[in-house]
Design a protein around this ligand. Sequence first.
Ligand SMILES: Cc1cc2nc3c(=O)[nH]c(=O)nc-3n(C[C@H](O)[C@H](O)[C@H](O)COP(=O)(O)OP(=O)(O)OC[C@H]3O[C@@H](n4cnc5c(N)ncnc54)[C@H](O)[C@@H]3O)c2cc1C
Length: 617
Amino acid sequence: MWTCPATRIFVPGSTGSKGCRASSRLRKRRSGSERVPAMADVVDRPQAAPAETITPVDASSIWHPGEIALQETVGVRRVMERQGAQVIRDHLIDQHRLFFPLLPAIVIGAVDQNGDVWATVREGQEGFLSVPDSKTLALDVTADDQDPAEAGLLDGCAVGLLGIQLGTRRRNRLNGIVRDRGVSGFSVSVRESYGNCPQYIQLRNYAFATTPIGVKPSRQETNSLSEVHRALISASDTFFVASYVDRGDCRQGDVSHRGGKPGFVRIDRDGSLTVPDFAGNLYFNTLGNILLSGRAGLCFPDFESGALLQITGRAEVLLDSPEVALFQGAERLWRVYPERVIYRPGALALRWMKVEGGESPNSLMTGSWDDVRDQTEAGQHAASWRRFRVSHRVQESATVSSFFLQPVDGGTLLRHHAGQYLPIRVQMGDGDDRASAIRNYTICAAPSDGCYRISVKREGSVSSFLHDRGDVGAIIEARAPAGEFGLQQESSKPSVLVAAGIGITPMIAMLRHRLFERQRTRRAARTWLFYSSRSLQERPFDAELGAILANAGDWLQVVRLLSDSRDAVEGKDYDIKGRLTAATIKDILPSLACDFYLCGPSGFMQDMYAHIPQVNR
Ligand SMILES: Cc1cc2nc3c(=O)[nH]c(=O)nc-3n(C[C@H](O)[C@H](O)[C@H](O)COP(=O)(O)OP(=O)(O)OC[C@H]3O[C@@H](n4cnc5c(N)ncnc54)[C@H](O)[C@@H]3O)c2cc1C
């Protein structure tokens, strides 16, 4: 018998795990023999990540140290090393060669002589982009002296290009070097070419309002945001971000799309812009560049008027801001401090009209800065008891009832993590016998459900009181959600949820959360649920679990055990007869290199905790 070192076990009330290993968050490396990334020497900006926080990498890697550092924070470095070599090419594949000539506009990221990076949009009738060979994209665009990006479009300059079809959500990236700059355009020799996923893109159709070639109106330049700029940013659901990195003496330019609900870019008091970073392709091109160079250029097109707002300035990545947890869908934040702001009314000849019902499904599943503000305000009262009303009640089984709670003050629900519990206080008894009692109940809902549901098994005094007196309209007091139990977001290991009896409640919350996140991000770790119950009559959530399973696809597998299988049909009502043991779990799992989450009666927990990591040889 030996212990599997890759097994981690999480139980309610623990902050860490048995066998838990150090987090990989931007680990510091200090060994003198290790190579310091080239960028640390080239870039000397206080806002860029200190060199020692960036993991040194093999120079042959397709990813640079900034990208790798961020890939490591989400545990995908090895996967991306393999994937990068497959998807990032040094030439245009046929599909992309056919794509660019269809476009009436292209987004460009370029760096001027001062090191300021700019994002811009250039337009032309379809066909103004052509692909003479698989290593070259030709742009039929005249010089525009009103565009600050123009200074970075000279022969030999590194640029990033983004071809994007807002009407179909297709987009392709191309990074390369400007060649053959002439009066009627230039070409870009391809260094990196790859497709991008269609997430967060609001569908829009286009029409030319004026001719794309012509004299552009004068630009207005400031070093801070005016009311007009603020109004445009606050209404925007789309913008583009340019960034760059210097690898040795070689510069790499990049430009990328960002989308969200209107207002997803927050303008802070100091005029900085804070942006939530949602789940993406895990390449971290933009944020990796920002991590190293500390610079970014944004452009906000006004799709209705044709104005273009271009901003360049210092930028930073915020990995540990408490606001990340409050903004649904945000995995980190990044911030830009505008230094030069250029507004060009009438810069664009195209007008882009929203397609009705064309909101991005991924964007709709994200939160808002208003939510964050409400959450922050509500959090100030987290330590005090708050009155909730039972708004709805459901009998889940012979012994379990669910109570849905709404705050009496009509305010915002404090956002919880899947797996957390709610400390509740009820007033029991009458007259002189009146006394308050406090218990904890898991919030049996995902954060995205936007409600508190507690599911209570009738046992002793408080649970019986809730069953007997907790009708719709009853008042229950609760404090802020608490507890550390919950899915380890950074882990790429399979998750194994092991529940007995009412210990299923945090597992339901976690599964609901994982299902939502899977729909939003298209990612979910392989997950097993082992669910042991006494009898069919006492077992709650049969229908709900069935619906989760039906929607989950092949990442979720559920194994149900019944101790008393009378009136139950094997295969339909349960999978295994008898009590759950560690041996049963180990027989079913292909490997013990998993994160285990345990919840149930104390004897069950002790047994699982002791025996799951033991592997028979
Ligand atoms: C983090 C956390 C999350 C939880 N989540 C949930 C949840 O989602 N759902 C849920 O139902 N519970 C949950 N619980 C358990 C819950 O907090 C209560 O402990 C549970 O409801 C029992 O409380 P009670 O007042 O009903 O029982 P108590 O009155 O506290 O009694 C506890 C036990 O002792 C027995 N008992 C009481 N008096 C006697 C006596 N005189 N003689 C013999 N036996 C007696 C009762 O039958 C009962 O089994 C959670 C607990 C924690 C710590």
